[in-house]
Write a protein that binds this ligand. Structure first.
Ligand SMILES: Cc1cc2nc3c(=O)[nH]c(=O)nc-3n(C[C@H](O)[C@H](O)[C@H](O)COP(=O)(O)OP(=O)(O)OC[C@H]3O[C@@H](n4cnc5c(N)ncnc54)[C@H](O)[C@@H]3O)c2cc1C
Length: 388
């Protein structure tokens, strides 16, 4: 089986690794350098606290890999598990957190509902009075996205995959399908080469819609700008503090090195589609000031003297229901895109699922049959409420 993976972000490299490990002949074509996309702009958050079963299942199947990454791939990715803390101010949001904890537990994730005062055990500076309820999961945390990307690249190469950087895919031609197998006679064009394959994998993240169109596959994946600031708070944020999310204000923070914090969130009602090639990657000062102010409402670490040290912006690849498209889109074309801000953490499971779709014709690790793009036409979408 010959597979060309389009996109050398964490999803493409995890897919390349899983395919090569199962003896497929794999070439990854990456338009820029490895990490040129959005993987290295992510906060590296890894959690099991979602509100839909399929997202929790993708998390659990991925968590297993994150927890054993160094053992498996020989790379320390600075994986930390101080937990995630979700907070609700409003009764409706509180009911959503309670329902989500049921979904998480039902799927096998160890989440707990906490009174906000009890959540202070994890986040001592929490302004508990402001909140109705909290949920916490101790296995949640974060890793270094750059190290994880490099780890997957190394593992994919060691398994036999070839990785071509500065090699944009310019066209995809599908000349005939191999009946019943899901594969086809695929030609993947680059500036220097024409690669014959049985499958092309669209793992182009925020560029997935454009790449899909090369193969006449229309994907509802829209790039939206998101920002992060590195903040020196007035009181150091201990490394034991969870990634803490206020679902009503949209603000989140997590400890970074030396008592600093990463602070993020989306606060504007306007959320236009952006061009992923032209997106402003510098952080907006006004946004950063708002982000620190919002984080300061959640916890006392962020007093008025907090200093914004630096920041950056990138793109989420968003679908209308904040769930990815993972499917065989047509014979010869596998799609894994539209992760809506969750693609870093879900990459390990997704890579293995892509390999199953290409090599076995169906996914068995997680039932992703409801993540096809036609769900939007059928109006059978999901509703992820735990989006930051
Ligand atoms: C500010 C911010 C914070 C985030 N925080 C988190 C988080 O805490 N946890 C989490 O799970 N996720 C987070 N995300 C989302 C996460 O970064 C993405 O979901 C994830 O990186 C998607 O990986 P990917 O491999 O699909 O895409 P990318 O890493 O963007 O890779 C796609 C690649 O495709 C390449 N490409 C495009 N067109 C072509 C072409 N024609 N030919 C060849 N290659 C092409 C691009 O150059 C790019 O390298 C965050 C994102 C942002 C912006």
């Amino acid at each position: 089986m010959r597979v060309v993976v389009c996109g050398g972000g964490i999803v493409g490299l995890a897919a390349a690794h899983a395919l090569a490990e199962r003896d497929a002949s794999v070439v990854v074509c990456e338009a820029g350098r490895l990490g040129a996309g959005n993987t290295e702009r992510s906060a590296g958050g890894i959690r099991t606290q979602f509100s839909t079963r399929v997202n929790v299942e993708l998390s659990l199947a991925s968590l297993d890999v994150w927890e054993s990454f160094e053992e498996r791939f020989g790379v320390d990715i600075a994986h930390r598990q101080p937990g995630y803390l979700f907070l609700a101010r409003n009764p409706d949001t509180a009911a959503g957190i309670e329902a989500a904890v049921d979904v998480q537990r039902d799927a096998g994730a160890a989440s707990e509902l906490l009174a906000p005062s009890a959540a202070r055990e994890h986040c001592p500076e929490l302004d508990a009075e402001r909140y109705e309820v909290a949920s916490y999961a101790a296995t949640n945390g974060f890793a270094d996205p750059h190290l994880a990307l490099q780890g997957y690249a190394r593992a994919a190469r060691e398994a036999g995959a070839e990785i071509r950087t500065h090699t944009p895919v310019t066209d995809i031609r599908i000349d005939g399908d191999d009946e019943g197998t899901g594969a086809a006679d695929v030609r993947v064009e680059t500036a220097d080469d024409s690669l014959a394959a049985d499958f092309v994998v669209n793992a182009a993240g925020a560029w997935a819609r454009r790449v899909g169109r090369l193969a006449s596959v229309e994907l509802p994946v829209v790039p939206k700008r998101r920002q992060i600031a590195v903040v020196e708070p007035t009181t150091s944020v201990p490394e034991s503090v969870p990634l803490t999310i206020d679902l009503d204000s949209g603000s989140y923070f997590r400890p970074e090195r030396d008592g600093n914090a990463l602070v993020g969130g989306h606060f504007s009602a306007a959320d236009p589609a952006v061009d992923p090639d032209a997106v402003e990657t510098n952080v907006d000062f006004d946004w950063a000031a708002t982000a620190v102010e919002r984080a300061g409402e959640t916890a006392g670490y962020f007093g008025p003297e907090s200093r914004i040290r630096r920041g950056w912006a990138g793109c989420y690849a968003v679908t209308p229901d904040d769930h990815p498209v993972i499917e065989i889109s047509r014979p010869g074309v596998a799609t894994a895109a539209g992760f809506s801000g969750h693609g870093f953490q879900h990459a390990p499971a997704t890579g293995r699922i892509v390999a199953e779709l290409c090599l076995d014709g169906r996914a068995s690790l997680v039932d992703v049959s409801g993540l096809d793009r036609e769900r939007f036409d059928r109006e059978e979408t999901h509703a992820e409420r735990h989006v930051a």
